[in-house]
Design a binder for this molecule. Structure first.
Ligand code: PLP
Length: 467
C-alpha cells in the first residue's frame, strides 16, 4: 500500500496534510499511517514448502507459519485437491438441521487424537469465535446445572485469546485490545502466568514454587468459589512470549479447578496439532481440560476453521437444551475437507514427532549462537515454538525496550537474512512443522544474526556517545 498522492488533473484530495487519506485495506495490528510510511506491507505472492516469495521475487523462510497456522507448509496439493473436490461437489452446507457428512468425519478424526473424553466438537470459523463460544458455554453449563451465579472467569497475564469482544476481554489488559473502546466483559479476573524468567515469586530461586498456580486458587477463593465458572489458559502462551510452564503447573491447575467445581478451559489455538511436539500441549502433562479451544493449524492455514472440544459431562448437560449460538460459516465443508487432509499429512509424515526433534535442534541452535550475546536474556521453547527474550542488562534482566524503530530494525535484519519471524521482544519463531534440519539451522542463524546486529549497533552508539 502506498500513500495516494494527487497527480496533475486530478481532483484535489479532500484530506489535509495532517489527515492522511483512509487506507484502502486495514492491516491488522499495525499503525496504518506508519505502515504506509514504511512502504506498506510485505507483499507475499507465492508459497512453497517452508518458504514464501514477495512480489520482488525475494524468498523468505517462514518462521511465523503465516500467523502460527501453516503447519504442513505451503502448496500441499493433497489439501488443495481435497478442498477443490469438495467445493465442486457441495460448496456450502449449514451446520444446523442440515449439514455435510464431512463435519462428522472430521469430529471422529479429532476424537481419535484429542485426549480423554473431549469427544464433542463445536465447529466455528475462527479461534476468536471459539473463545467466545467457550465463554458462553461455560457460563451456560453452570446455569443449566442450577449454579447460574457462577459467572467469574479467571484469565492470566500474558494471555492472547483473540480479538472479538470476549477474546479481547480475556486477553492480558497490557495487550491493549480494548484500549479506548470501553470496559472488558464483566466478571473477568487476572492472575499471573508461569513465567519463570520474570516470576515475582521464584525468578531468583533455584526451583519454581508453583506459587503462580496457587494464585489461581487464591483468585477463586477471593471471588467466592461458588461464583467462579472457569479458568481460561493457554497451555504455553505463544504470542505472550512462549512461556513454557513447569511440569507440575497444569496438573496443579486441574486439581484446583476440580476442588472448586470450576471448569478448566485450555486454549490450544496456537499449541494444538503438533506445534509443541505432542498432538496437544496438554498431553505433555497428561491433563484433560473440560473444554479445549482449537484453531489456526487445524487446516494448516488452507481454510478457516476452529472448534471447541467438550468433555462428555459438559456436552451431556448442554445437549438437553437449545443453545442459540452459531455462525454461518461454522464447519464449512471445504474447511472440513482441508482439516481432514491436513490431519492426514500430520499423521502420515510423523510431524508431531518431527516438531519435537526439530524443536530441539532449533532451540539448541539459538542457544549456542546467542550464548555470548549481551542482549539475549533467555532462549526458551517447546517443540517448534521458541522465543529469545531481549534484555539491556543480562545480570538484572532489564527488558530491552525496542520501541517502534527497534522493532522495524529487527524486522529488517531478519528479512535481510531471508527469514520472517515475529520481530518484537521477545523475538518469537514458530516455523511450519515440515522444516528441514537445514531450515532449522538457517532460522537459528538468522535470528542470532539479527539480534547480534542490534547488539553491535547498541555497542557502537554507546561508544559514540562516550567519545
Ligand atoms: N487464542 C489464541 C491463543 C491465539 O493466539 C489467537 C490468535 O492469535 C486466538 C485465540 C484467536 O484466533 P483467531 O485469530 O483465529 O480468531
Amino acid at each position: 500500500m502506498t500513500a495516494s498522492r494527487p497527480r496533475a488533473g486530478q481532483r484535489p484530495a479532500t484530506t489535509t496534510k495532517s489527515e492522511p487519506s483512509p487506507p484502502a485495506v486495514w492491516y491488522q495490528g499495525q499503525v496504518q499511517a506508519a505502515l504506509v510510511r514504511r512502504g506498506g506491507p510485505l507483499r507475499l505472492v507465492r508459497g512453497e514448502g517452508t518458504h514464501v516469495w514477495d512480489a520482488a521475487g525475494r524468498r523468505y523462510l517462514d518462521g511465523r507459519s503465516g500467523l502460527w497456522a501453516v503447519l504442513v507448509g505451503y502448496g500441499r496439493s493433497e489439501i488443495v485437491d481435497a478442498v477443490a473436490a469438495q467445493l465442486r461437489t457441495l460448496s456450502f452446507a449449514p451446520l444446523t438441521d442440515a449439514a455435510s457428512p464431512l463435519v462428522e468425519t472430521l469430529a471422529e478424526r479429532l476424537r481419535a487424537v484429542l485426549p480423554g473424553d473431549l469427544r464433542s466438537i463445536v465447529p466455528v470459523p475462527t479461534g476468536s469465535e471459539a473463545v467466545d463460544t467457550a465463554l458462553k458455554f461455560v457460563r451456560l453449563y453452570h446455569s443449566a446445572g442450577g449454579a447460574g451465579r457462577r459467572r467469574v472467569i479467571i484469565s492470566r497475564e500474558y494471555s492472547a485469546h483473540g480479538s472479538t469482544y470476549a477474546g479481547s476481554s480475556l486477553s492480558d489488559p497490557d495487550r491493549g485490545l480494548l484500549r479506548g473502546m470501553g470496559t472488558r466483559l464483566a466478571g473477568i479476573r487476572f492472575v499471573g502466568a508461569p513465567y519463570r524468567y520474570r516470576c515475582p515469586h521464584c525468578a531468583r530461586l533455584d526451583a519454581c514454587t508453583l506459587a503462580c498456580a496457587d494464585e489461581v486458587e487464591q483468585a477463586i477463593v477471593a471471588a467466592g468459589a461458588d461464583h467462579v465458572a472457569a479458568v481460561f489458559a493457554e497451555p504455553v502462551p505463544g504470542p505472550g512470549g512462549v512461556l513454557v510452564p513447569p511440569p507440575d503447573y497444569w496438573p496443579r491447575l486441574r486439581a484446583i479447578c476440580d476442588r472448586h467445581g470450576v471448569l478448566l478451559v485450555a486454549d490450544e489455538v496456537v499449541t494444538g496439532f503438533g506445534r509443541t511436539g505432542r498432538w496437544f500441549a496438554c498431553d505433555h502433562w497428561g491433563v484433560v481440560p473440560d473444554l479445549m479451544i482449537l484453531g489456526k493449524g487445524m487446516t494448516g492455514g488452507y481454510q478457516t476453521l476452529a472448534a471447541v472440544a467438550l468433555r462428555d459431562r459438559v456436552a451431556e448437560r448442554l445437549a438437553r437444551r437449545l443453545v442459540p449460538h452459531g455462525f454461518t460459516y461454522s464447519g464449512h465443508p471445504a474447511a472440513c475437507a482441508a482439516a481432514l487432509a491436513c490431519l492426514r499429512i500430520i499423521e502420515d509424515e510423523g510431524l508431531v514427532e518431527r516438531a519435537a526433534a526439530l524443536g530441539g535442534r532449533l532451540l539448541d541452535g539459538l542457544g549456542s549462537r546467542l550464548g555470548g550475546c549481551p542482549l539475549a536474556g533467555e532462549v526458551r521453547g517447546i517443540g517448534l515454538m521458541a522465543a529469545v527474550e531481549l534484555v539491556s542488562d543480562r545480570a538484572d534482566r532489564t527488558p530491552l525496550s525496542l520501541g517502534a524503530r527497534g522493532v522495524d530494525r529487527l524486522e529488517r535484519e531478519l528479512r535481510r537474512r531471508g527469514v520472517l519471524a515475529f520481530a518484537d521482544n521477545p523475538v518469537i519463531v514458530a516455523p511450519p512443522l515440515t522444516i528441514t534440519d537445514q531450515d532449522a539451522d538457517e532460522l537459528a542463524e538468522a535470528v542470532a544474526g539479527a539480534v547480534g546486529a542490534l547488539a553491535a549497533r547498541r555497542t557502537r552508539s554507546r561508544a559514540g556517545s562516550q567519545s
